[in-house]
Ligand binder design. Structure first.
Ligand code: AMO
Length: 444
């Protein structure tokens, strides 16, 4: 006969005294209270081993039938994996346990027990399909590998902020409901805004430029939305855009800033995420400073050597990006793009306006960020809008700011999710986003 699930307990006055990682040989003999998930339960005759997982790691809880109360033993006999529990017990130094110590419980509270088990093995190395995991993402997020990815993501986000704040950049937040496109009309999400049509923002581009004229050094980390037509492993409909804009600098300075940010963030990941890198078996990308810089024309030549012909003025195909990724395994820049390939706000070179002061920041075969020096002259900006087939009247709210004077400025926009994807060696952008959005996925 199937055993009945244990009765649920109330949290009551119990509060955590320790996290799993502070259960150490040095805590031997101490009474502790911990909370977490019963990640695995192993029953061996008169002994039950529970691996409790909390936000910091795991700890072993060992029950000997002849040493615990019959009430506690019976509770653990019917305890299911993936139950949330609280344990009050005594730490015991023991070599065989993780970190050399375990907990001998005196009392346990079962705070939640699962009505069903996840549709995949939580601790097995073999991966269930991504789709299956995303369907019940909150449970998938309990898996050690997924936890490792998001801890690294959190660390990088924090590191980017740390360095920029230390260097005097101001964090800003700009509107996400807007009146006109910035990155080409095709990929906009329209919405009904009262009785008018409006759009979800594709990039904070125009606002960050305006803000650079007021605050000089700004950054924003916020979602951007693009109605991408193709379903790929590196495009989402909603992604985290990490944007910087700065007055009185050029694209050269911005490339150096990107180098500094990347180096600093990877340093912090090495310092703070050793355990996570081990779980992921991830090898961080090589960091040789200065990062390699090749011009667009130089890249065309390299590709020709690989038998790939790209007509001048066209963007790189997936095949071309793969070929470049074979040559450059780490981070590098492709600079000086033809003006025709770039957005209207990117500055053409004074000495050769067919070429622009622009760059793509690459991680192997993938574009991770792009940026450049900006046009700060209203007349030239209007001309470029027209050349791009856009109506300057739709941009009047932006153009008129230039009448009041706009300092020279430059910046970049990074696909933050792509950066994390490259860093953690993931093949699909959906692995590094908590709740990814694409053409077919709007839930959870
Ligand atoms: P761009 O259009 O190149 O430039 O976008 C900047 C970076 O955003 C990422 N990205 C995406 N990531 C996931 N899913 C998508 N659908 C997606 N689309 C773009 C890429 C890309 O490099 N305003 C300029 C930036 C600037 O000049 O400051 C811009 O938006 O990693």
């Amino acid at each position: 006969m199937a055993k009945k699930a244990p009765k649920l307990d109330e949290l009551g006055p119990w509060r955590r005294t320790h996290y799993s990682i502070s259960i150490l040989p040095e805590t031997d003999g101490k009474e502790v209270t911990i909370f977490g998930l019963a990640a695995s339960i192993r029953r061996q005759g008169g002994i039950i081993f529970i691996i409790l997982q909390d936000k910091e790691g795991i700890v072993q809880i060992t029950l000997h039938k002849d040493k615990v109360s019959s009430e506690l033993w019976e509770k653990c006999e019917v305890l299911k994996e993936q139950s949330f529990i609280g344990v009050r017990g005594i730490v015991r130094k023991i070599e065989k346990a993780p970190r050399g110590a375990e907990i001998l419980p005196l009392e346990m509270k079962v705070l939640a027990h699962p009505l069903r088990q996840p549709p995949f093995q939580m601790l097995k190395r073999k991966e269930p399909s991504l789709e299956k995991r995303l369907d019940i993402r909150a449970v998938d997020l309990r898996r050690p590998k997924v936890q490792a990815i998001f801890r690294i993501r959190h660390t990088v986000l924090q590191a980017f902020r740390e360095l920029l704040l230390e260097r005097g950049y101001m964090e800003v937040d700009t509107p996400k409901i807007i009146a006109s496109a910035t990155e080409g009309g095709a990929a906009l999400f329209p919405l009904l805004y009262y009785d008018k049509e409006a759009f979800l923002v594709q990039s904070p581009q125009l606002y960050k430029e305006q803000l650079a004229s007021a605050f000089e050094k700004v950054f924003e980390i916020a979602p951007a939305f693009r109605a991408e037509r193709f379903r790929t492993t590196r495009h989402l409909s909603e992604f985290l855009s990490f944007d910087v804009e700065e007055a009185f600098v050029s694209y050269e300075d911005i490339m150096r800033l990107l180098e500094d940010l990347t180096t600093y963030a990877i340093g912090k990941v090495k310092e703070r995420c050793g355990k996570e890198l081990e779980v992921l078996k991830a090898k961080l990308p090589p960091l040789d400073r200065p990062f390699e810089r090749i011009t667009y024309d130089g890249a065309l030549k390299l590709l020709r050597d690989d038998g790939i012909e790209i007509p001048w003025g066209e963007d790189f195909s997936t095949e071309a990006l793969k070929a470049l990724g074979n040559r450059y395994q780490g981070f590098y820049f492709i600079t000086d793009w033809p003006t025709v390939t770039k957005a209207f706000y990117i500055k053409p070179k004074n000495e050769d306006p067919k070429i622009s002061e622009s760059f793509d920041f690459m991680g192997g075969p993938m574009e991770v960020a792009s940026g450049g020096s900006r046009i700060s002259d209203r007349r030239l900006l209007t001309k470029r809008l027209r050349e791009k087939g856009l109506n300057p009247r739709s941009f009047e709210y932006h153009l008129k700011v230039f009448d009041y004077g706009m300092p020279p400025h430059a910046g970049f926009g990074m696909g933050f999710d792509r950066f994390i994807m490259f860093l953690t060696g993931q093949e699909n952008i959906r692995e590094v986003v908590l709740y990814p959005r694409d053409q077919v996925r709007l839930m959870p």
